[in-house]
Design a protein around this ligand. Sequence first.
Ligand code: GLU
Ligand code: ZN
Length: 287
Amino acid sequence: MANHPHYVGRFAPSPTGPLHFGSLVAALGSYLDAKSADGQWLIRVEDLDPPRSLPGADRHILKQLADHSLVSDQPVSYQSQRLHRFDEALSMLQTKGHLYSCTCPRRAYLGLYPGTCRTRRPPFRQPAALRFRVRETTIQQTDIAQGAVTWTYGQDFGDFIVHRKDGLHAYQLAVVVDDIAQKVTRIVRGADLLNATPMQNCLFRAFGAQPPETLHLPMVLGRDGQKLSKQAHAPRINAETPAGNLNQALAFLNQPIIASENPKTILDAAIKNWRTDRIPKLIGKTQ
Ligand code: GLU
Ligand code: ZN
């Protein structure tokens, strides 16, 4: 199905702990989608947040992926080495009037930010975050797995932080700058990030880029009904059973399983079998 000759996809783990089953599903889904379109598949380590990054977790994740025959088509990139690019991107947004300073305490707006600082002068020399001033009223996206989604500004999303008060670049900014730099054409990731799409689409357009296609995979829930997450110490995948792990992830994505003990053989067959219309919507089965 070489219908997308310039397809570039990526898997972008944050090195906050070893891969768990949910992150293997995202890695596998993004890999199969790229490879079935004859595309490139990149791995990008999103180590933007030093306090949350775990030393050595990046190498551990890359080893876990390699054990499943999941290897990047280009040298693995690290966001921590691209801070100057994120700064340049911020200056560009600043110059074009897309940003404003926000001194609100973070805890005051854990939900939707109401735009309090849009029109107020920032108090002198107080540490401030930089927020993106959203100008669009609705954002629409036809997600390949989830279908048509519409988000309304002020209801589903608000002005969002691109540079944090503590001096760190925000995920939303870095992910878009890197997706543009790496010419990513389709984003395949977990549905927990579906609602990041409207914010990221605003940024893509502010940078003069077309937002990529998206495919949000169902979330893997633990027995407690919560999303598996590295921070919540979801169990790491079993290093002894890569073939079994891949088949479990294929089954989760509602793709045929492959009777083989060899990860590469499984991947090659799964590429041929890959069908996005079989992928279940938002909430996946419990692991
Ligand atoms: N680094 C993000 C995470 O691990 C994923 C970013 C993305 O795929 O857009 O949750
Ligand atoms: Zn504010």
